[in-house]
Design a protein. Structure first.
Length: 213
């Protein structure tokens, strides 16, 4: 009886060890996805509202009262009457006050809906999250780039690496051939033999990766 219990207990432990690494990461990923879905982020949720109601006077087209609402740093920098928002308090934020009181947009412009106001309120009260939190954008509407930004591969100048040396150098017709052949030779492989013209279309259909096809 004791032996059977030990075998059963070991089986349960083995099953746990086998499936726990699979189940828990999936649960964590699901929780992360849910939390991301519930988050209000400036670029995702606030920009469309400001674009519809505010940017014609406080964005790319114009910056009345020296107020630009295109990024979180610009909103915190504010304009003639101070910062547009106070992080953590929508009621103390000039932007929310103006929109809620219907003072803005001016005249007969379209007004934000109650749902839009609630989104802005929740965003400010929850910490005014934004993907971009750097400095003000330049005259062309671009954010400044730091040295770390410029080290990203897409910002680096293009360079031509020397072609690797290969054993079957006679098979190389271009620099790309040299790079591909070098990787093949690491696995003791090489290009297929060149196909003659009658055979080339058939090889092209059956083995598009083959040499000469």
């Amino acid at each position: 009886m004791l032996f059977r219990f030990i075998v059963f207990a070991r089986a349960i432990i083995l099953l746990w060890l086998a499936f726990a690494p699979i189940l828990f990461p999936l649960r964590a990923k699901a929780d992360d996805a849910a939390s991301r879905k519930d988050r209000i982020v400036f670029e995702n949720d606030i920009v469309p509202i400001l674009f519809a109601y505010c940017w014609s006077c406080h964005g790319a087209e114009d910056c009345k009262a020296k107020l630009d609402l295109r990024t979180l740093p610009l909103m915190l920098q504010g304009g003639k009457h101070g910062p547009a928002i106070v992080i953590g308090s929508a009621e103390k934020s000039l932007l929310f006050q103006k929109l809620k009181s219907k003072q803005m947009p001016p005249g007969g412009e379209l007004r934000p809906t109650d749902a839009h106001l609630e989104t802005i309120r929740s965003w400010i009260d929850s910490g005014a999250e934004a993907f971009y939190t750097g400095g003000p954008i330049d005259e062309d509407g671009n954010p400044p780039l730091t040295d770390e930004d410029r080290s990203w591969w897409s910002f680096r100048p293009a360079r031509r690496d020397p072609a690797p040396t290969v054993r079957a150098a006679d098979r190389v017709r271009s620099a790309i051939d040299a790079f591909v052949l070098a990787r093949l030779e690491e696995q003791n492989l090489t290009f297929n033999i060149d196909a003659d013209p009658p055979r080339l279309p058939r090889r092209d259909r059956t083995a598009p990766h083959a040499r000469g096809g």
